[in-house]
Design a protein around this ligand. Structure first.
Ligand code: SF4
Ligand code: SF4
Length: 458
């Protein structure tokens, strides 16, 4: 049998993406003509065909069933978002929680609900020794007393149940004082700050409730947070017509070493702004094409510092490391398998973005288990078109929330996001295929690429 593959040309070279093996290689014109002779065949038609298909890793063998697939069966809580508040002091234009970040309920988590939530998390973490708790909202620092209570309760329960907790805060960066900073430092809390970059963009899209801009205070606080945590990530939402490079540059200048940028949610892509969303995709394509060239050049020149920076912020890093390790992802994110979100009133949802959407409420802290409703955590075979998509082992069906807000079902992909995922994988394939053995040895030795796992371990 011949494996699935995808061939494309970029920057003067032709790349073959081996879909079934999650690998990428450059191909010659001779190899391309042999491949075209074998289109639609299930076996090599002659010795030349056999040799080319073998060389390109396109003949199926018993290794196909052994390639590492990330999988977990029953739900195990390893990462849980706690909604300390469903209120916010900002009034961002595109908040996924709706106006004021309320997620349909203007509520605040009580200490009693927080305690029961942690009890539920511990109970549902089965044998996992390390649990991630992410303080979320609304703006979680508006409920700082309960945040501190959760940390101290986790520590006391962790020693009883032999669990370690890692804490994370997702904040808008407007609230910062000595108590907050001391708590962050004392508990080694990682921080994500939502910050949209250039002053006019931040002030326009992320104003305070009274309409005043938030840029000045957030810029000041980023510098303070940076001094008190080892892990500070800047997360920008790219509004429709913004140039990602200007956002990236502003975030670097603000002091973020790790940067993530996400296009504004599909819920904003109404029919009337299809043109803008296409323009946005073009902006993102241009940005990641530049990233691809940097990966190739920095690896060739052994630019260790620049490569470490790329690892921390490049959209191509994840597909690159999957291609490097030949990992076929079976889920996008772990929703329904090991991540969940608990709302301020104790309801449990598939993930933080589903909070307030009743259909995807999967339980309550007072019940023993989660009950996934109409949700397949490994959806590639159920989402329209994914099974025949060359990016299926990278994207794995897309973000269920984006699918849901685009089409009212988690099983129909958002095509704007599909285009981005596919392009990311193509460019990562181009980069990886251009690495030679020396590049890969260097990237592995300096920790930019992970070591390849041993097949005998599976
Ligand atoms: S890119 Fe789109 S079609 Fe392909 S796997 Fe992802 S969601 Fe499915
Ligand atoms: S469903 Fe989407 S928003 Fe939710 S955790 Fe997964 S990728 Fe993130």
């Amino acid at each position: 049998m011949i494996r699935n593959y995808h061939i494309y040309t970029y920057n003067g070279v032709t790349v073959l993406l081996n879909v079934d093996m999650m690998s990428a290689t450059l191909v010659t014109d001779d190899e391309i003509s042999v491949l075209s002779e074998h289109r639609g065949r299930i076996a090599p038609k002659n010795k030349a065909g056999y040799d080319v298909l073998t060389h390109l890793g396109l003949l199926k063998s018993n290794i196909d069933s052994k390639v590492y697939v990330e999988e977990k069966d029953d739900f195990t809580a390893t990462h849980v978002a706690l909604f300390l508040t469903q209120q916010c002091n900002l009034n961002c234009s595109y908040c996924i929680g709706g106006p004021g970040g309320e997620y349909g309920a203007k509520s605040r988590m009580t200490q009693s609900t927080a305690q029961k939530s942690i009890d539920w998390v511990i109970k549902n973490s089965t044998n996992e020794k390390t649990i991630g708790i992410s303080f979320f909202g609304g703006e979680p620092l508006l409920n700082f007393d309960v945040l501190k209570f959760v940390i101290s309760y986790c520590k006391s329960q962790g020693s009883i149940h032999h669990k370690t907790f890692e804490f994370h805060i997702t904040t808008n960066g407007t609230i910062c004082n000595e108590d907050v900073l001391n708590t962050i430092r004392a508990n080694d809390i990682s921080i994500s700050i939502s910050f949209d970059g250039p002053e006019s963009v931040q002030n326009n899209f992320r104003p305070f409730k009274n309409g005043s801009g938030s840029y000045d205070i957030v810029i000041k606080n980023i510098a303070l947070f940076k001094k008190h945590t080892n892990s500070l990530v800047g997360h920008a939402v790219l509004s429709l017509d913004i140039d990602p490079t200007s956002v990236y540059d502003e975030m670097k200048g603000a002091g973020f070493r790790r940067i993530s940028m996400t296009p504004v949610s599909a819920s904003m892509f109404s029919t009337s702004n299809t043109h803008e969303s296409s323009q946005q995709n073009r902006n993102i394509f241009k940005f990641i094409e530049d990233e691809a060239q940097k990966w190739v050049a920095y690896a060739a020149n052994k630019e260790r510092t620049f490569l470490a920076e790329l690892k921390d912020s490049s959209r191509l890093y994840t597909p690159l490391s999957l291609l490097h390790q030949n990992i076929r992802r079976s889920d996008t994110c772990g929703a329904g398998k090991h991540i969940a979100a608990i709302s301020s009133n104790g309801d449990i949802y598939l993930c933080h973005r589903f909070v307030g959407i009743n259909h995807y409420k999967v339980g309550n802290i007072n019940t023993d288990n989660v009950f996934p409703v109409d949700f397949d955590p490994t959806p590639v075979n159920r989402v329209d078109g994914c099974n025949s998509c060359f990016a299926k082992h990278y994207c794995a069906g897309g973000c269920a929330y984006e699918n849901f807000v685009s089409h009212g079902t988690v099983y129909k992909p958002n095509h704007s996001y599909c285009k981005i995922r596919m392009r990311e994988l193509e460019l990562a394939g181009y980069v990886y295929a251009n690495f030679n053995h020396e590049d890969i040895d260097f990237l592995t030795s300096v920790g930019v690429l992970p070591a390849v796992p041993c097949y005998m371990d599976f």
